[in-house]
Design a protein around this ligand. Structure first.
Ligand SMILES: NC(=O)c1ccc[n+]([C@@H]2O[C@H](COP(=O)([O-])OP(=O)(O)OC[C@H]3O[C@@H](n4cnc5c(N)ncnc54)[C@H](OP(=O)(O)O)[C@@H]3O)[C@@H](O)[C@H]2O)c1
Length: 339
């Protein structure tokens, strides 16, 4: 079977498609034929060597995908041959708080081999059944970006209908957060560096939009758009350079879900607003299988269609697809379909 690997050294130029023997199957494992893979910012960092420079190579990159079960071990009970399933991001994290063992050693696309291959062997406990209405491309977007947005809004906190959620930028996690917050009956304020993307966010249901480039102090503007006190929950993907504005936007007792660090990991920050406004800053690390199952149920009930970027790639075009993600020109998830 063919697999794409980071071969010998980090860098997009070192991605190679190779032939590999199929892995043996354990009694509680299934073999998947991978049909589609979606990219996350993490995959770009992993391939470039910025996520974990000590990651042993070769590595099959990418955490997210969807596959069909083509073989199953004698002891498998959860799924049938022919079913479509998604591997969960953090293999072994089924529910409740994470353990160091699963967080450090159990994530796909590093340190474990990921989804960018024709066939993959996965423990049956590490899979979630895919709803029939989703296309392969749509299903492949859910395990990391979709689950992260769900964990922020519905597992680690619980927004209520009528509350206001702010999503930063128009990346994969933020678009899912916009769609899910609307599904939960919330008002959504979306920010982006691009007016064109803001129009697309409006078409997806955003009630208000702010261009964070032309309005660098967008925190105050956002607060005014959420009277009387400010935003109930911020989906924070910017990190170092955006947290200050998020704190300005957030109401007394509100929540900032700290998900991404696109603008850096360290910056001087006035901590007073966190305590004076009793803001809850909640770190999010994707989420567990139970959260993914809840997300799948909610998505199916509302026929939610994940947003897939117009440009699609084949498995053999991984470097091109990752460069496209890096360019920031995408809207929604960048997907690779099996060749
Ligand atoms: N903690 C977790 O579990 C978890 C899970 C998934 C992702 N993440 C992290 O979350 C972040 C976003 O991931 P993604 O997959 O959604 O990325 P993505 O699809 O590549 O989205 C990137 C988008 O973020 C926006 N952006 C960039 N810099 C920004 C800034 N300074 N302020 C506001 N928005 C900014 C841009 O939107 P515009 O083009 O509209 O300006 C950009 O297109 C990454 O740091 C990723 O590593 C964390």
């Amino acid at each position: 079977m063919k697999a794409t690997i980071i071969d010998g050294a980090f860098g997009l130029d070192n991605l190679r498609q190779i032939d590999r023997p199929s892995a043996p199957l354990g009694s509680r494992q299934v073999r998947l034929r991978i049909k589609a893979v979606s990219l996350n910012y993490r995959d770009l960092l992993m391939v470039s060597g910025m996520y974990n420079p000590k990651q042993p190579l070769p590595l099959v990159p990418c955490s997210d995908g969807v596959g069909e079960i083509i073989e199953r071990g004698d002891g498998c009970r959860r799924f049938e041959i022919g079913q479509r399933v998604c591997p969960i991001f953090c293999q072994g994290w089924i529910a409740g708080p994470p353990s160091y063992a699963v967080v450090r050693n159990g994530t796909l696309g590093g340190p474990l081999d990921g989804t960018l291959c024709q066939e993959m062997v996965v423990d049956e406990e590490g899979l979630v059944a895919v709803a029939d209405y989703l296309s392969d491309a749509e299903a492949a977007t859910l395990p990391c970006a979709g689950v992260t947005a769900w964990s922020a809004l519905a597992v680690e906190s619980s927004v209520k209908a009528g509350q206001t959620v702010l999503v930063q930028g128009s990346g994969g996690v933020s678009i899912f957060a916009l769609q899910l917050a609307k599904l939960m009956g919330c008002r959504v304020i979306a920010t982006s560096s691009s007016n064109e993307k803001l129009e697309r966010m409006k078409a997806l249901g955003a009630d208000e939009t702010i261009n964070y480039r032309s309005t660098p102090k967008w925190g105050q503007a956002a607060r005014q758009l959420a009277p009387p006190e400010g935003i109930d929950q911020v989906i924070e993907v910017g990190g170092a350079q955006t947290l200050e504005q998020s704190l300005r936007a957030t109401r007394l007792g509100g929540t900032i879900s700290l998900i991404g660090v696109l603008s850096g990991v360290a910056a001087p920050l006035n901590l007073l607003p966190i305590l004076m406004q009793q803001v809850r800053v909640q770190g999010i690390l994707v989420g567990h299988r139970q959260g993914f199952e809840q997300l799948m149920q909610a998505a199916a009930a509302h026929r939610l269609h994940p947003v897939v970027d117009d440009r699609q790639f084949g498995f053999s075009q991984a470097a091109e697809a990752l460069s496209y993600l890096q360019s920031g020109k995408h809207f929604g998830k960048v997907v690779l379909l099996a060749d």
